[in-house]
Write a protein that binds this ligand. Structure first.
Ligand SMILES: *Cc1c(COP(=O)(O)O)cnc(C)c1O
Length: 369
């Protein structure tokens, strides 16, 4: 492939000297878990997102799961409560709800924005629903004003799955992670803020929730020897935290580079065979994924492959069709099915060159059925 979907080596080699220095400091510190690099990153990421707390955890799935488990521990949710969640998301969003003993209610996406459809959400509202998990799909913030009023009107806890939206900002200056009562992030290597391994975090302004998550991520301990709630071992390694601190400094710039690629795709892709996003421009999209749709999805992917371009699908099997989830979900979700059959993700990253972007645009525009 001449143009990979994302060149992670190149993404991270930009920080070669800084990472070597991070490693030296960490190795020399003699403390590798729950040390100073972790607390430093937690403070920096909280300040970046505009929240009081960040709690580093092992991965994005755990971040989301621990949010729900904490609400249960605090008596603000109870086993069996229903949670509204978009059907068009990565399966982790839905697995987190089920793992915590709650019941997902899948809501259709809007076909143009790929984000949760508020009309379908209203239609699926029922008394047992106690929370919404909003996913900022592909890096595009959910309509935050609509989300907040929906949650306020129905007395629901608002939780964000911000795993694809690090740094996205509303017109009111709020960052992803500061919009709901709590948010889960993933630092999986391909994410906009990616570690060199697994990682995740919860952000929140809620002192009680933050304290509970700090306990749950570490065996439910309140000190070295005493465990007071049934927790897990899901801590963010200090080495990953220090790499993340280094990369956080350029996250806004990196998102700007992604935005530049996206804006060129939107302007220059002109093809009767594909639909590009109707959305363009502002800070509320950080383009984790650049998604187009085509009725000829599979042959378009082959066509791109023949031009040396690696396109992907997010996601070919939607959560409601995953075997692992089939005991928990029974819904007809035609819009989600439609997206899983027509969606294509074009290469996008902060290290793509203008020439590479042009090659992708030309290849898409040259596609004929
Ligand atoms: C990546 C991702 C997650 C899970 O992150 P992991 O760190 O891989 O567990 C959750 N939700 C969404 C929307 C994601 O894209």
């Amino acid at each position: 492939m001449t143009i990979p979907f994302i060149d992670l080596r190149q993404v991270n080699m930009r920080f070669k000297t800084a990472f070597q220095n991070d490693f030296k400091i960490l190795q020399n510190s003699g403390r590798y878990i729950m040390g100073e690099s972790l607390s430093a990153f937690e403070e920096e990421f909280a300040a970046f997102c505009g929240t009081k707390h960040t709690i580093g955890v092992g991965n994005g799935l755990d971040a989301l799961t621990l949010i729900f488990e904490s609400y249960i521990q605090l008596g603000r949710l109870k086993t069996g409560d229903k949670i509204l969640v978009p059907a068009h998301t990565y399966m982790a969003s839905i697995m987190a709800i089920i793992k915590a003993g709650l019941v997902p209610v899948l809501v259709e996406p809007n076909i143009d924005t790929f984000n949760i459809d508020f009309n379908d959400m209203r239609a699926k509202m029922m008394p047992q629903v106690k929370a919404v998990m909003a996913v900022h799909m592909y890096g595009f913030l959910v309509d935050t004003q609509a989300l907040k009023s929906f949650c306020r009107d129905n007395n629901l806890i608002c939780i964000e799955d911000a795993a694809q939206a690090h740094g996205a900002m509303t017109a009111y200056g709020e960052r992803a992670g500061s919009i709901g009562a709590a948010a889960g992030f993933s630092f999986y290597p391909t994410k906009n803020l990616g570690a060199l391994g697994d990682g995740g975090a919860v952000t929140t302004n809620d002192d009680e929730l933050a304290k509970m998550i700090r306990q749950l991520r570490d065996y439910g301990r309140i000190n070295r020897d005493e465990s007071v709630v049934f927790g897990v071992n899901s801590r963010l390694d200090d080495i990953q935290a220090s790499f993340l601190s280094t990369k956080l400094k350029v996250l806004d710039d990196d998102n700007g580079l992604r935005r530049a690629v996206a804006n060129r795709y939107i302007r220059e892709i002109q093809s009767p065979f594909v639909a590009t996003p109707t959305y363009s421009g502002d800070l509320d999209h950080v383009w984790h994924i650049f998604a187009i749709r085509s009725a000829h999805r599979n042959i378009l992917i082959d066509h791109l492959k023949n031009h040396g371009i690696a396109a992907m699908v997010h996601y070919p099997i939607p959560p409601h069709r995953q075997k692992a989830l089939s005991p928990f979900i029974e819904s007809e979700l035609p819009v989600s099915d439609n997206i899983s059959q027509t969606q294509i993700s074009l290469p996008i990253s902060p290290v793509m060159t203008d020439d590479q972007v042009s090659m992708v645009i030309n290849a898409v525009n040259a596609f004929r059925v």
